[in-house]
Structures are given as C-alpha cells and as structure tokens.
Design a protein. Structure first.
Ligand SMILES: Cc1ncc(COP(=O)(O)O)c(C=O)c1O
Length: 444
C-alpha cells in the first residue's frame, strides 16, 4: 500500500474533520486527485488501474471529454435551477432522452440524486399505485441506506443500529442462485403475496443481478416468473437497476437479458456520467398514481433535476450510444470472464467465477480457523485480495456479506491492454494468496 506522506497527511487531516464512521483510514487510502478513462492518480502521484469504475459509476470512463464538456458548458450558463417550480430547461431534454430508451411508450420519471433516492421514489410510487405498503425484498439485497431503502436492504451491519425505525413491512426471501432453489423461493413469495405477510404486499423489489452481495446471478427465467407472480397478486415488480442498468451487463437493462419489462425501474450510478443523478422510471399507468402537481409537490427536493446532473446525463446517454457501451461491456466482459475462468480453473481457493458483461465476481473460499493474522485478521478473502491488488496498482472492491468476493466493474471504455494487464494482476494476487494461505492452513 503506498502510504506515501501526501496520503498519510490527508488521512490525518480528514480524521479531524469527518465523522469517524465514514472513511476507512487504516492504512491511509489513496486520496484521488485525477482520473481519466480507467486510470486514477492519487495525492502522492501513484497511478492505478480502476477496475471498480468507482462503485460502477464510471461506465463511460473517468472524465470522458464529451461529458466533461457538457458539464462545463452547462456550468457557464446555469448551475442551479428550481427543479419543480421554475425547472431548468435541460431537465426536459434529459427526461426526453431517457424516456426514449425505456421500455414503455409513455415513460414518466422522478429524478433524484442518489440510488437511494430512486428507490425511495419507487417504493412510494408502488404504495400509491397498489394501496399497499408491504414489500418483498431479497436476502443479500442492497438498495441504499436512507430509511425507506434501508428497510429493504438486507445486511445486518447497516440495519442493526436503526432496526427500530425500519418497520415490519419488508419480508426477505432467499435470492435463488441455482435452478433448484427457484421453485421453493417462488412458492414462498406466492404465499406472502396471497395474504401470508403481516402487511399486504405492493412491491417486489429485486436486483436483476445482486451486486454488493457478490455478483449473484439468478437462474434464467426467474425474473419473468417473479414478475408474473407479483402481477398475479396485484403487486408491482420493481427492478433496482442502479448497479446493473445503462449497459453495465451488456444490455441496456439487465432485465432485458431475460426479456422482462418491470413495472418500475430504478437507475443511478452510471446514469449521471459521474455526477450525482438517479431516476425512478415507469409507464404512465403506474406513475400516474401520483396526484397532479398542485403548487406543492408531494415528493421533491431542492436539487431535483439539477442542471449539471442533467447535462452530464445527456452527455452519458450520447456516449452510451456513440461508443456502444453496452456492446463493449458484453464483448470485453465475455473475454474477461473466459480469461478468469481459464486462469483460475482448479485454483484451490477459488469457489466460483461469474459475471455478465462488465459486472464480474470471483468468489473465494473463506479461510478456516487458521485465518490470516496480523493486519488482515478478520477480513474476508476478497478484502485481502483487494488490498494486495491495490499494492500492485489495481483497484478492485470486495463484495459479499463476508467480503468473500472480488467484484470487478471497470469502465466499458477501458482499453484491451489495460483490461488484460489488470486481470493478470488479479490472477497473480489470487493465486499467490492461495499458495501462502494454503500453506498456513495446512499447519495444525
Ligand atoms: C443495487 C443498488 N441499489 C441502490 C444503491 C444505493 O445507491 P446510492 O449509494 O447512490 O444511494 C446501490 C449502491 O451501491 C446499489 O448497488
């Protein structure tokens, strides 16, 4: 880890001014100063290959020139508007461009600033449209940390301190990662939908591929059957495509892969080309459950439809089409999956390699009782691998409830040589770690 003095100094300063919960400072992380494409530079002048796309945001690459220019041009004209009172003109242009891509002929959208915002808007919409506020969500699911979204986020780590504010309206069911699990899951869902839940169910909220849970892909056909079950009982299928959407998995929406059109879609991350921008989209028949605006919107916020976000979003949509980001994600992701599958085949500590498009995961075996000690004690193997990769100039993130997965979501604009170089580093980090840990584990 390059704990060069510039990063160390910034860590010291941050510690004195930021809430201590937020940034993990031991050891001091690289503090980013510049980024272009898939390359990031830190305060100490070190460069890294970014295989995370910065939480999946930089699908078009960091600082894409077209997006940067759209932001700069908009900043020269209008930085802030009055979203729902005197709306910025660029909001209209962005909403039209987004609607043209969505699967409904009459798309209506509520914009937000974060993924959590989009989920909040979708859950409120579902309640208004169905008259029911119960939700079915999935074990392992991540939908954000604002209270409404947190209620549907599964991980204990986030829920425990606030559990008394999360109500009893969300029912978690297993996320099927094998065909054999599908029938059981669907019948559990069927029972909840048909009256077995404490609160009548209005929404089934699902990530078409679970991201933070470790790139967990449901069997083919599951989403379609889920949609059918939900609708059969008058509930809505809400697809949280905040991570998977806008080309990341090789299709515009991950639901497209299974030919499923959800009732509502949540978008975020890549959508704003690096600016905070999210959206809850749906057909008028669902979205018109909201009353017409009559002077005071029921659901809005100060920065809704922010001009810089909308300009960046328009830039992103232009790049998505011009550079065929979804097609690139499909091709490069397919190659990366083949490469990892071949190179890691038979590797002792690798449980699975999986992915779709440029959303890939390598699941590692959790260490036994002779877990690594010292600095890495208690960390999952994905976390340990991410730490080693960083020392070698590759940024990846751990995922999975115990940090057992290495998650890869690089920009779709990444060059082939960079992709190969990063994968090579990852393979050597994983194989080297297994050799040393394997040796340790064999010690009684
Ligand atoms: C699937 C999914 N939904 C919602 C969110 C929350 O988005 P945000 O962190 O922008 O609020 C995330 C963030 O990782 C996510 O992956």
């Amino acid at each position: 880890m390059p704990t060069d003095s510039a990063n160390r100094d910034l860590a010291e300063r941050l510690k004195r001014v930021e809430s201590r919960n937020v940034t993990f400072l031991r050891p001091p992380p690289p503090f980013w100063t510049d980024a272009a494409g898939a390359t990031v530079r830190d305060a100490a002048g070190n460069t890294y290959l970014d295989f995370t796309g910065a939480f999946g945001v930089a699908l078009a690459g960091h600082g894409h020139p077209l997006i940067a220019e759209r932001i700069a041009a908009q900043a020269r004209r209008l930085v802030h508007g009055m979203g729902d009172i005197h709306p910025p003109a660029v909001k209209v242009e962005f909403l039209e461009a987004l609607a043209a891509l969505m699967p409904w002929p009459d798309t209506r959208t509520i914009l937000g600033l974060s993924g959590s915002d989009a989920v909040e808007a979708a859950l409120k919409t579902a309640q208004l449209a169905t008259g029911r506020h119960g939700i079915i969500a999935f074990e392992g699911g991540y939908h954000g940390l604002t209270l409404g979204a947190l209620a549907a986020t599964h991980r204990e780590h986030f829920r425990r301190p606030f559990v008394n504010r999360l109500g009893n309206h969300v029912h978690f069911v297993r996320f099927p990662s094998s065909t054999t699990a599908v029938e059981g899951v669907l019948s559990e869902i069927g029972a909840l939908l048909s009256g077995g839940a404490a609160v009548p169910i209005g929404a089934v909220l699902v990530e078409p591929i679970q991201g933070r849970a470790g790139v967990r892909i449901p069997p083919p056909g599951f989403l379609a059957r889920l949609a059918e079950r939900a609708r059969g009982e008058g509930a809505l299928l809400v697809a949280d495509e905040i991570f998977t959407g806008m080309g990341r998995t090789g299709d515009l929406l991950a639901c497209d892969h299974d030919r499923v059109v959800p009732d509502l879609v949540c978008l975020g991350k890549a959508l704003g080309g690096g600016m905070p921008l999210s959206a809850c989209c749906g057909p008028a028949a669902v979205m018109d459950a909201w009353p017409p605006a009559a002077g005071e919107a029921v659901h809005t916020s100060t920065f809704l439809g922010h001009p810089l976000g909308c300009a960046a979003g328009l830039g992103f949509l232009a790049v998505l089409e011009a550079e065929d980001l979804a097609g690139r994600a499909r091709r490069l992701g397919g190659r990366a999956l083949d490469y990892l599958t071949t190179r890691l085949a038979g590797c002792e500590g690798v449980r699975a390699v999986r992915g779709r498009g440029l959303m890939l995961g390598v699941e590692l075996v959790m260490p036994g009782s002779a877990a690594p000690d010292g600095e890495t004690a208690g960390m999952g193997p994905g976390t340990v691998a991410a730490k080693s990769a960083l020392e070698r100039g590759l940024i990846v993130l751990p995922a999975g409830s115990r940090g057992e997965v290495v998650e890869l979501t690089p920009p779709a604009t990444i060059g082939e040589k960079d992709l190969e170089a990063g994968l090579e580093v990852l393979v050597s980090v994983i194989t080297a770690a297994r050799v040393s840990r394997g040796a340790r584990r064999s010690t009684p």
